[in-house]
Design a protein around this ligand. Structure first.
Ligand SMILES: [Mg+2]
Ligand SMILES: [Zn+2]
Length: 181
């Protein structure tokens, strides 16, 4: 059932992004409407999986425990809204580490396939950066670019060919409207 999963980037999609990284639970601030939007996906029967590059770990800006606390907080907000985040995968590496999980590489999408024994082909993948789009296209997902976070500037930089392969909407709430249409 290829459409039963929706894949989400975290920073700039679910929560406000920052050029100085999200380093604590206090800095993890949801984008208005995003939590409720995720809950709507759950209620419509989708599994929701978050995949996020967190090079701030490799850079020493925060540790794994702090990241786990951020994700507990995120998941509890969604649960309080009546939804569920089924899994969170993150890449802890820096760009120069040559890992296989840092987006735009599709390693975390492969992890979803292994963990849930599914194909992510045709799954919706909502992101705000070209790295998200490229990872999604590599695995034949259906990328949706949101204009929150880095999304507005990503939209300006995208070439027409790539633009034609994706959908572009204002925010996660609008992305969920599109998915549930
Ligand atoms: Mg992002
Ligand atoms: Zn990695």
């Amino acid at each position: 059932m290829p459409q039963s999963f929706v894949i989400l980037d975290r920073d700039g999609v679910i929560n406000q992004d920052s050029d100085s990284y999200i380093k604590s639970v206090d800095e993890w601030i949801p984008i208005p409407g995003s939590i409720e939007a995720i809950a709507r996906l759950s209620q419509a029967g989708y599994k929701v999986v978050v995949i996020t590059n967190q090079s701030g770990l490799a850079r020493g800006y925060f540790d794994e425990i702090t990241l786990a606390n951020m994700h507990s907080y995120m998941c509890s907000l969604v649960e309080n809204a009546g939804g569920n985040i089924d899994a969170v995968f993150y890449c802890p590496h820096a760009p120069g580490d040559n890992c296989l999980c840092r987006k735009p590489l599709p390693g975390m999408l492969n992890q979803i396939e292994e963990e849930f024994n599914v194909s992510v082909k045709n799954a919706f993948f909502v992101g705000d950066s070209e790295k998200d789009i490229d990872a999604g296209l590599a695995k034949q997902c259906r990328p949706i670019l949101v204009r929150t976070g880095k999304g507005a500037s990503t939209e300006k930089q995208l070439n027409l060919q790539k633009k034609n392969l994706i959908k572009i909407v204002n925010d996660l709430n609008d992305a969920v409207d599109l998915i549930l249409m």
